[in-house]
Design a protein around this ligand. Structure first.
Ligand code: PMP
Length: 361
């Protein structure tokens, strides 16, 4: 990890990936009656705007090392819900690789615009196609790999460098920040990560961070995975609907279990299901009370964390002064500015804190 990215001239934007802050969510914690420290890992402050910058860089560098990606020759193709695509397009803009991204229709126009601005080609696919259909974003990427000369899929769903990027960067950053922040009478700290909460898409984040926390830091750390209602990643299985259903939040949940997601209870202790409504309400709370301009899946992670903290095991952590609960906030509202769920609350009258008499004047 770099000591600081502002103290030296960076070789490229790739050096400004990660090294994101942990931010106290004190006002939310107080509203919820929590005695623990509630902390957000703010990933929209990574240079490409999301937690997925880390894996894009790691997968490209590893593929170059392995001779799988050849500068001046290879074409990078990737199925993604957008953020991995943005990370890859950014990395490949710097390195000079052409990029083709396949992405389901439901993903925001903002993501497509950013991908195209970074020089990528974007192909949209129908939302309702199951993952193993030739018309899904995964199926279309596979076909393109066969058709495009020197096409390479780095495959975030199966690439070990996805969870490893989090085991080597996201996790160690959290540990370093928690252990180097002193416990004080006004802000007591156990100096440990007592619980970690993250949504799962590919599952790379929750799996990799969990391994770093439990192996190198605190074997007792409780890791909570968050899965949207309509997805099938949660365990035990009865938490999920019998078949996949549509939902609005982007970047988390799937209709298949990606290879890089460990559902082993050694890695993920508990799962929580979250609704779109709860997620978007939580985004609004993060904006209105903590000033954090996060995206939809950050709301899922927060609402999942708050739900888990109300369970019997969660209460023990929630009511222990100084215990540290870290919630991963994967991206920012930049990706969703035109989405109805955001405009609904952002432009709704009555959200201003200015007293009514003043705004009427
Ligand atoms: N939130 C958003 C907005 C994402 O783009 C992703 C990545 N699909 C995630 C959460 C989940 O991350 P992971 O793939 O590491 O599980």
């Amino acid at each position: 990890m770099h000591a600081s990215t502002s103290s030296r001239v960076l070789d490229s934007a790739l050096d400004a990936i990660g090294n994101t802050p942990l931010v106290r969510l004190d006002r939310l914690a107080q509203e919820e009656g929590l005695k623990c420290n509630l902390l957000g890992k703010v990933e929209f402050l990574s240079v490409g705007g999301s937690v997925k910058d880390r894996i894009a860089k790691a997968m490209v560098l590893a593929a170059e090392r392995d001779g799988k990606l050849i500068p001046g020759k290879s074409v990078v193709i990737e199925p993604t819900s957008g953020n991995t695509g943005i990370g890859l397009a950014m990395t490949c803009a710097i390195k000079g690789y052409p990029v083709i991204i396949t992405m389901p229709n439901k993903m925001s126009q903002e993501k497509e615009a950013l991908l195209r601005a970074l020089g990528a080609e974007v192909i949209r696919t129908p939302d309702e196609e199951p993952w193993d259909s030739p018309r899904s974003h995964i199926g279309v990427a596979k076909r393109l790999q066969r058709e495009v000369p020197h096409g390479v899929i780095l495959d975030q769903y199966g690439n070990v460098n996805n969870p490893l990027a989090h085991e080597h960067t996201t996790g160690p950053e959290i540990i370093a920040t928690i252990t180097s922040t002193a416990s004080t009478p006004t802000k007591p700290s156990s100096l440990k990560v007592d619980a970690f909460v993250a949504g799962a898409g590919t599952g790379g984040t929750v799996t990799g961070v969990s391994r770093a926390l439990k192996k190198d830091h605190n074997p007792q750390c409780i890791v909570v995975g968050v899965d949207p209602i309509g997805s099938i990643l949660a365990l035990p299985e009865h938490l999920n609907d019998e078949s996949p259903k549509p939902y609005v939040v982007e970047g988390i949940g799937y209709d298949f279990v990606p290879q890089v997601l460990s559902r082993d209870p050694i890695d993920v202790d508990h799962w929580v299901k979250t609704s779109d409504d709860d997620a978007f309400r939580a985004v609004q709370r993060l904006m209105m009370t903590e000033g954090l301009l996060v995206g939809g899946s950050s709301g899922s992670a927060l609402s999942g964390a708050l739900a888990w903290l109300k369970t019997e095991r969660g209460q023990k952590v929630a009511q222990a002064e100084g215990s540290n609960v870290v919630v991963l906030l994967p991206d920012g509202i930049r990706n969703y500015m035109s989405k109805e769920w955001f405009l609904d609350f952002a432009l709704r009258p009555g959200t201003s804190r200015i007293p009514q008499t003043v705004s009427d004047a």
